[in-house]
Design a protein around this ligand. Structure first.
Ligand code: ADP
Length: 218
């Protein structure tokens, strides 16, 4: 199991009311799975993804990532695990506007102190089919191409898990299908992929659907 979650709870304090965002979540994900996370707005999807992505910690419960209990780690250790093991893709791409596609993809490698960053970034861009757009800045690219750059940036450090939050939400249907196909290809290559989506058609193409409601897995 790459992800093992037991009785995970997370409560937010809003004034004097406590909001139970996660209320006893049990979940396991195997290495190489491709799963969609679905649920109504406010059901706890983002909270769960933040914890799975090591951006946040639970109040209670256990989260083991590749066998290591990460629910008890300090912020620094958590950031280290996140940089090494998790790749993120967002609905709004989140590319840096003044950098070329290649420079955007190279950035996580520079942060990680890697060598040969240029070659590795070029390879990642080739994987997503953007070899001919490497010198373009984000505003010179279409939405689908921007998302490809974002996927290249997410995989460039060779993370164990790829987490995507509504990655097709800002794209037209055809472009969204192409991006989803890219995730399916990456999954076929052995990568574990988890996609939050509101779109039933997107979820149907994933091999597993995880449904969440009121902070619990259905
Ligand atoms: P989803 O992603 O499914 O829309 P969230 O995980 O964002 O759900 O939110 C789950 C619940 O937790 C909601 O009721 C939301 O209002 C609440 N919540 C999320 N983040 C915070 C926060 N930082 N402070 C207070 N309440 C929050």
């Amino acid at each position: 199991m790459i992800i093992e979650i037991e009785d995970l709870c997370k409560t937010y304090q809003l004034g004097d009311t406590a909001v139970r965002a996660l209320d006893g979540v049990d979940l396991t994900v195997s290495e190489g799975e491709m799963a969609a996370v679905m649920g109504p707005s406010g059901s706890g999807k983002s909270t769960l993804m933040h914890i799975v992505g090591c951006l946040d910690t639970p109040d209670k419960g256990i989260y083991r990532l590749k066998g290591e209990d990460v629910s008890v780690l300090s912020k620094d250790r958590l950031a280290d695990i996140r940089n090494r093991r998790i790749g993120f893709v967002f609905q709004t791409f989140n590319l840096l506007p003044r950098l070329t596609a290649l420079e955007n993809v190279e950035l996580p490698l520079l942060y990680a102190g890697k060598r040969n960053t240029r070659d590795i970034a070029v390879n990642a861009l080739a994987t997503v089919g953007l070899t001919d757009r490497m010198k373009h800045e984000p505003n010179q690219l279409s939405g689908g191409q921007r998302q490809r750059v974002a996927v290249a940036r997410a995989i460039v450090t060779d993370p164990a898990i790829l987490l995507a939050d509504e990655p097709t939400g800002n794209l037209d249907t055809k472009t969204g299908d192409e991006i989803l196909s890219l995730f399916l290809d990456l999954n076929a290559g052995g990568r574990t992929v988890i996609i939050v989506t509101h779109d039933e058609e997107v979820a149907e193409r994933c091999k597993r659907i995880i449904r969440i409601r009121d902070g619990r897995i259905e």
